[in-house]
Design a protein around this ligand. Structure first.
Ligand SMILES: [Zn+2]
Length: 274
């Protein structure tokens, strides 16, 4: 290495401090359980390379959902969503292996949305001690007012003082959960990064580098394309850590994670969760 190259290297190093990414995800704990908001460990991912998703929001919001879906697909992950228009999937049937998203006035359990504006539920099935996604559903609070924003900052007090939530950025967030990502700002320790996957809404409207790297890590970390196990529907392992799920198969693990909290009225207080 000559002197000039050496000095360039030094300069480059000085100008490029270590990048810190804080994406978080749900990981297998290696004992038949799961750990949410992890930054290390084997992630829970989809075994398949694609899965259908049915949107039942009505034509305009379905189109917005598809835009959000395609943003994740555009990363070129081995896993790709397919818009599913003909299935009968409903977002509260969490063990039908069909993925759906739609409006709700309450949670699927009949509870208030509270501070949450949308909820993604992920259902896992175990193969040995490793869980995989088998079903995901998204519900969005229909009692709130929604709009598909033009690109730009969140303007929660626009439209005559009425709070409108941006449907598109919320769907981007929820679909990030649907592939396995969690909230980086809820990792331990909390990561302070720009990310659509942070737990509160804000001016971030598109997938950020942190989101993209997280997704890429998840779907290159485990490549199941050559996995010889082809019958995930039989003999699922009973998971002693299963909670909130159950079901006839015993191996289901239903986890209602990924609540995107509405803090649009506190957009300058992103560290404070609603
Ligand atoms: Zn969330």
């Amino acid at each position: 290495m000559n002197v000039r190259a050496l000095s360039l290297f030094g300069l480059t190093t000085l100008l490029c401090p270590a990048l810190v990414y804080g994406y978080a995800y749900t990981a297998n704990d290696g004992k038949g359980g799961i750990l949410t908001n992890q930054t290390t460990g084997i992630p829970i991912v989809w075994r398949e390379n694609s899965a259908g998703f049915r949107f039942t929001f009505g034509s305009a919001f379905n189109t917005s959902s598809e835009v959000a879906m395609n943003d994740w697909n555009a990363l070129g992950l081995r896993f790709q969503w397919q818009r599913e228009e003909n299935s009968q999937a409903t977002p509260c049937d969490r063990t039908d292996r069909k993925n759906a998203a739609g409006w709700r006035t309450t949670t699927c359990e009949g509870e208030e949305f509270g501070d949450a504006i949308a909820i993604t539920t992920r259902t896992y099935e175990a193969k040995g001690d490793v869980f995989y996604h088998v079903d995901t559903d998204i519900i969005v609070d229909s009692a709130r007012k929604w709009s598909a924003y033009l690109p730009g900052p969140l303007t929660p007090d626009g439209f005559g003082g009425v709070v409108f939530h941006d449907f598109r950025r919320v769907l981007r967030h929820e679909l990030g959960h649907a592939i396995g990502l969690d909230h980086p700002d809820e990792a331990d320790p909390p990561q302070q990064v720009e990310a659509i996957m942070n737990s509160t809404t804000g001016d971030v409207e598109f997938l950020q580098n942190d989101d993209k790297l997280g997704a890429v890590m998840l779907y290159t970390f485990i490549d199941t394309s050559n996995d010889s196990v082809t019958d995930p529907g039989t003999s699922p392992s009973v998971n002693s850590a299963a909670k909130g799920g159950g079901g006839a198969d015993g191996g289901w693990l239903l986890v209602g994670l990924g609540v995107l909290l509405a803090t649009a009225r506190r957009r300058h207080s992103r560290q404070i969760k609603g």
